[in-house]
Design a protein around this ligand. Structure first.
Ligand code: SF4
Length: 462
């Protein structure tokens, strides 16, 4: 998971990009970068490790001048967490400079990389995004859109891309549309963003989502759309976990409000798995809309029983084990006034290793809860994601090798229930579970864009 922002035709393009990246910070906290472009001048690039607010000072932003800009926030799915892997990447090609920012994951990266190396390519990073750059550079097609098409024909997996040249800003979504990408406007300028929350921050207006398998080219003449592949009827496989957890609830995505989708997941969960309880609480922040939905459908009042400190990163997204281990205590504290003597329903979006949930149950009991019933607004996570989400390997996923009852015992809950896969699909308006329009591979193991070979899997760094 990463976030991208591209701006075409605004006198303060880099500053707007910087603000947009702030609104996408939840999509990646390892590194960030901006490339800015001025007609007939070399691109300017500034990248670094850490949070957007730490990387871009006044001087850096002043250097990033020009009416066009491209930005990226990163966490790693392939490639180590090093500055060299920070995006956007920038290269000089025979046709001029090119910058590229990528959200997703190429599952056949190792095979394509090896093939390119045999053809003379020299790689400087461990990132799958660099593979895309080399494929673009190798193509002899005259138009950038055609070079993108040629590159896309050689890769499998998930990619929402934004590319910047001195004459165009280009947005691409893979044919299955795993990751989001939006087209918007700020005044006369065009904007491409991962989530509409970034558009809201810069007071932009939404035009539309880029369609799965679409290439959108923005130039001074306007917006031109064409197909990446000539199969407009291929079913989308948008990431359902974006709606469960990753995206911000104030974003609009895959044709719906993220908040409303999560609220409905909570309502479904209450109908499928009721509990005799006095209070509904959420694991903040991502569990809040589903907890409100659970409370609404069950009639049990919602109260803020857990408080999150916003001054530390999210545990799931932080790849370093050392931080994750003590992260729960840093991040969550219990409100005794809400919990003491109460039977508590706790709504969370997912259970990954189970260690966090176990610690949360302990925190709640220590604060006086007499019963703790855990309700999860996604089905058991049994399979890793190969399409751009940094989930653990399968052997680390507690639900991969344990029954729901065993997971409940491990986390020491009085009861544990997950929403059904059918209930989840219904919550996002996807009623055809036999032919779903959302990817659910981390729950079902149905990898519609293929899984990496052993060689590529070994290269995925978690
Ligand atoms: S496997 Fe899960 S997290 Fe990955 S794209 Fe599919 S639904 Fe999203």
């Amino acid at each position: 998971m990463c976030g991208v922002v591209g701006i075409w035709g605004h006198p303060e393009a880099a500053k707007l990009t910087y603000l947009g990246l702030h609104a996408l910070q939840h999509r990646g906290q390892e590194a960030a970068g901006i490339v800015s472009a001025h007609p007939d001048q070399p691109f300017t690039r500034h990248v670094g490790r850490g949070l957007v607010s730490d990387i871009f000072g006044k001087d850096a932003l002043a250097r990033l001048d020009g009416p066009h800009a491209l930005g990226h926030v990163r966490y790693s799915t392939t490639g180590l967490s090093e500055t060299v892997n920070a995006q956007p990447f920038r290269v000089k090609t025979a046709r001029g400079e090119l910058a590229l920012a990528h959200n997703g994951n190429i599952v056949n990266e190792q095979e394509v990389r090896t093939d390119l190396e045999h053809r003379g390519s020299i790689f400087t990073t461990g990132s799958d995004t660099e593979v895309l750059l080399h494929l673009l550079a190798h193509s002899r097609a005259p138009r950038l859109a055609d070079r993108i098409r040629e590159a896309a024909a050689q890769v499998e997996g998930a990619y929402s891309l934004v590319l910047l040249t001195d004459s165009a800003l280009v947005g691409v979504r893979d044919p299955s549309g795993y990751r989001p990408l939006w087209l918007g406007r700020v005044g006369e300028a065009y904007v491409l963003v991962s989530e509409t929350s970034a558009l809201s921050l810069i007071e932009g207006i939404q035009i539309r989502e880029i369609e799965p398998g679409e290439i959108v080219t923005i130039t001074d003449k306007g917006v031109h759309s064409e197909r990446l592949v000539h199969d407009p009827n291929a079913p989308a496989q948008s990431c359902i976990f974006e709606l469960v957890y990753f995206s911000r609830p104030d974003s609009f995505m895959f044709g719906q409000s993220v908040y409303e989708a999560r609220f409905d997941m909570g309502r479904k969960l209450a109908a499928e798995s009721p509990a005799n309880a006095d209070v509904v609480i959420a694991v903040p922040d991502s569990g809040i809309p589903a907890a409100l939905g659970y409370a609404d459908a069950s009639g049990i009042p919602y109260k803020p029983g857990l408080i999150r400190s916003h001054y530390v990163g999210r545990t799931f997204i932080e790849p370093e084990q050392s931080i994750r281990n003590f992260g729960v205590k840093l991040k969550l504290s219990a409100v005794r006034a809400v919990l003491e003597g109460k039977r508590v329903v706790v709504v969370d979006d997912s259970i990954v290793r189970g260690t966090t949930s176990r610690k949360i149950v302990k925190i709640l009991r220590d604060a006086g809860a007499v019963e703790v019933h855990i309700r999860i607004s996604s089905p058991p996570s049994r399979f890793p994601c190969y399409y751009g989400i940094n989930t653990p390997t399968q052997k680390e996923l507690i639900a991969a090798k344990n029954s729901v009852e065993e997971v409940g015992d491990y986390i020491t809950a009085d009861s544990l229930s997950y929403i059904s896969l059918e209930g989840l699909h219904q919550s996002v308006g996807d009623l055809s579970i036999g032919d779903p329009h959302f990817c659910n591979a981390c729950f079902s193991g149905n990898y519609t864009a293929g899984a990496p070979t052993i060689r590529s899997r070994l290269a995925i760094v978690h």
